[in-house]
Write a protein that binds this ligand. Structure first.
Ligand SMILES: [Zn+2]
Length: 340
């Protein structure tokens, strides 16, 4: 017996959020298309609940071309032992299911970028309706939320868990502790290029403990990134107290800070990108970090890009063909090491 839809949402769940046990079902959103006149978008959801305790909401596939989150959460949904749970774990491995099916960052149905669609709208586009259901139904149920991202097809990013600077410093500290205990090689106090319509912001604005990640990218996974994701998910559940045990931490996690938008180095040219620094490399302000070569003709000098700050290369554009406005390099300053 599924939960009743809210009066002003067309989305509903086929599982009952109040029942104990393991439930595999769907978030169902009617979608009438040429292929199926009375069809629905069906987003897989799993709940594993045992008695009273906190609720953790674990999500992946917010962007459809990032694979560590969906892979790790599909595995978790199939193996987490309900008897080892105290409280409730809600798992949505692919938030933007249509985008995931298409292998693209955004939805093929409405071009919706899930992480630019929050808080959403009950009568908006399909992506906005999914966002609205999260904002008004799923997020209010949770105490802790983990959203697993990677760089997708166009970015490659050092593997990190992150929290944001928040007005509520108690909440910020709890989020930062969660990020540290996720146990990635890097932990970042993160500044977003535009936080206004992020899922992150919507969750944080509801006072929840929120952790996000970036775990490499390029539109694939590696054994190393999958190991970080799998361990991080277990560590996060241990942090919430929903499963017992101490988080398994790496010997060192490097603490990084992104103080302002200067971290983002944006292209003012069009051409083929040649990175002069590797992911994770240390750079000094003024170092040459990239060249962009005009591919429309020969004989044009390359455009040079220099580091605006000291730091390490947190992220890079993965796709060489570059347009004006693309982020080509992201730097972060080093705060130090946190040792186990
Ligand atoms: Zn993402």
């Amino acid at each position: 017996m599924g939960s009743e839809p809210l009066p002003n949402t067309s989305m509903s769940a086929t599982i009952d959020f109040e029942s104990d046990g393991v439930q595999h079902g769907f978030l169902q959103l009617p979608y009438s298309s040429d292929r199926s006149a009375w069809g629905s978008v069906m987003i897989p959801i799993c709940q594993i609940k045992n008695g009273h305790g906190p609720t953790a909401l674990l999500t992946g596939g917010n962007h459809g071309d990032e694979y560590e989150g969906p892979t790790s959460l599909l595995k978790l949904a199939n193996c987490l032992d309900v008897n080892k749970v105290q409280g409730r774990v809600i798992i949505v491995p692919m938030m933007n299911q249509p985008a995931f099916e298409a292998g693209s960052r955004t939805s093929p149905i409405d071009a919706g970028n899930m992480n630019r669609a929050f808080p959403g709208h009950p009568y908006g586009t399909l992506t906005e309706r999914i966002a609205d259901y999260f904002s008004r139904v799923l997020v209010p149920m949770c105490d802790y939320a983990l959203d697993i991202h990677s760089g997708g097809k166009t970015l490659d990013i050092i593997p990190f868990a992150a929290a944001h600077r928040l007005h509520n410093k108690t909440q910020e500290q709890a989020c930062m502790t969660g990020a540290l205990l996720f146990g990635a090689p890097y932990t970042v106090l993160m500044v977003e290029i535009d936080p206004t319509q992020l899922y992150d912001t919507a969750v944080e604005n509801q006072g929840k403990i929120f952790v996000t990640t970036e775990l490499r990218g390029g539109g694939t996974t590696t054994p190393a990134t999958m190991a970080i994701a799998d361990r991080g998910v277990q560590n996060f559940l241990k942090y919430t107290g929903i499963i017992a045990g101490d988080p398994e931490l790496p010997q060192v996690t490097q603490l990084l800070d992104m103080q302002d938008e200067c971290c983002y180095h944006v292209s003012h040219d069009q051409g083929v990108l040649e990175l002069k620094v590797a992911l994770g490399a240390q750079v000094r302000q003024g170092d040459l970090i990239a060249r962009i070569h005009n591919h429309k003709r020969t004989g044009a000098p390359a455009c040079q890009y220099y580091a605006a700050m000291d730091g390490i290369v947190l992220g890079r554009r993965h796709t060489p063909l570059t347009e004006i406005g693309d982020t080509i390099v992201v730097l972060a300053s080093v705060l130090g090491d946190a040792t186990d």
